[in-house]
Design a protein around this ligand. Structure first.
Ligand code: GDP
Length: 351
């Protein structure tokens, strides 16, 4: 089915799409910001325009490396992203930095909101930095970030870095929207145990031990420890498998973001990951899988929203809730009745 038959792009969206793709310098920056603001709007008419815009931008997007970076506050994410961003710009790339911070809606700030972070990178004309959307659920924030990523790609940014804080479920969301997920760790013992407990270590394609300049020995010990943790988790591949070298096995490297040391090794690891995953087909299949998972995630969220907004459901919910609470009705029976109320009432709501 052609995209046009799904959504007929309106003229205004088409115009903005053109501005995003073709404009340069400050004009393009303004067009990107306008496009992302439109995508973040919750108004239904804006959403329709935003969908039309996305459909227009989609053929121009996707040609980037999407890099997820996570770590606890203070590990050195912004110092690293600034150093890496400038390093990549020096190599001729254009770098966009986005963020997923579900806590920003509570704190009112966001992890990229502070203007003093990444000062040099944010001023560079070949970089674009956007703070985390500060509204709603993690799912909502992640959706807006995914869409912002498509806008940046259509504008020609060939490296998109998505940053997140190492708390809660945001790592899973960022791993689910990037080609490669990097976990930043401090060189002290115990840090890796936290990551293992939270299940974050399993998500990592690359583990970076930052601040190696403070204590080189500690960093080396951490590298050995995390490498053996990865082996215990079964992530280092099976040495007896003859096809083992066709697949990527997570690596652990040491660096100092502050001193800009280890950036070459980092980029070499990223590049070999990309080469290998492209050759074995994992790169493309991960993206396909992510796009479908994204669709289903939004369908789930949309269904839940229309369930909660449905007048028949809202009318019957208190009685069913009370019946389940008092033990008069099984939870599953109440759920079935409420779903039946949704199915037999209003026409399906739109997202
Ligand atoms: P974030 O919260 O993860 O973004 O961490 P920041 O990038 O803001 O860094 C937190 C602090 O650690 C800052 O004072 C940085 O200067 C410092 N820092 C970051 N990377 C390094 C490093 O490689 N070595 C040293 N010694 N300090 C670092």
């Amino acid at each position: 089915m052609a995209a046009d038959s799904v959504t007929a792009p309106d003229a205004r969206a088409a115009l903005r799409a053109g501005e995003v793709v073709q404009a340069t310098g400050a004009l393009q920056r303004r067009a990107i910001a306008k496009a992302i603001t439109l995508l973040e709007s919750t108004r239904a008419d804006h959403r329709a325009q935003a969908d039309a815009l996305l459909t227009e931008l989609l053929p121009h997007s996707g040609r980037s490396l999407r890099l997820g970076i996570s770590g606890v506050p203070g590990v050195g994410k912004s110092t690293f992203i600034e150093a890496l961003g400038l390093y990549l710009i020096d190599k001729g790339h254009r770098v966009a930095v986005l963020a997923v911070d579900p806590s920003s809606s509570l704190s009112g700030g966001s992890i990229l909101g502070d203007k003093t972070r990444m000062e040099k990178l944010s001023m560079h004309e070949r970089a674009y930095i956007r703070p985390s959307p500060s509204s709603g659920t993690l799912g909502g924030v992640a959706e807006k970030t995914r869409e912002a990523m498509l806008v940046c790609e259509a504008a020609g940014f060939d490296i998109v870095i998505v940053e997140t804080v190492g708390v809660g479920q945001s790592e899973t969301a960022v791993q689910g929207m990037t080609d490669m997920f990097v976990l930043m760790q401090l060189p002290n013992a115990g840090d890796d145990l936290q990551a293992i407990k939270k299940g974050v270590m399993e998500l990592a394609d690359l583990v970076v031990i930052n601040k190696a300049d403070i204590d080189a020995d500690a960093a080396m010990r951490a590298q050995a420890q995390i490498t053996s943790s990865l082996r215990l988790l079964g992530l280092n591949g099976n040495p007896h498998d003859p096809h083992s070298d066709k697949y990527w096995h997570p690596q652990v490297i040491r660096l100092s973001a502050l001193q800009g040391q280890g950036l070459d090794a980092f980029w070499e690891a990223v590049s070999s990951f990309q080469r290998l995953q492209t050759a074995n087909g994992q790169f493309a299949s991960r993206r396909q899988h992510q796009a479908l998972a994204w669709m289903w995630e939004r369908i789930d969220a949309g269904l839940k929203q229309s369930f909660k907004n449905n007048p028949a459901v809202r009318a019957q919910l208190p009685a069913f809730t009370a019946a389940v609470q008092s033990g008069q009705m099984a939870a599953s029976t109440a759920a079935r009745n409420l779903l039946a109320a949704l199915a037999t009432s209003t026409p399906p709501a739109t997202l």
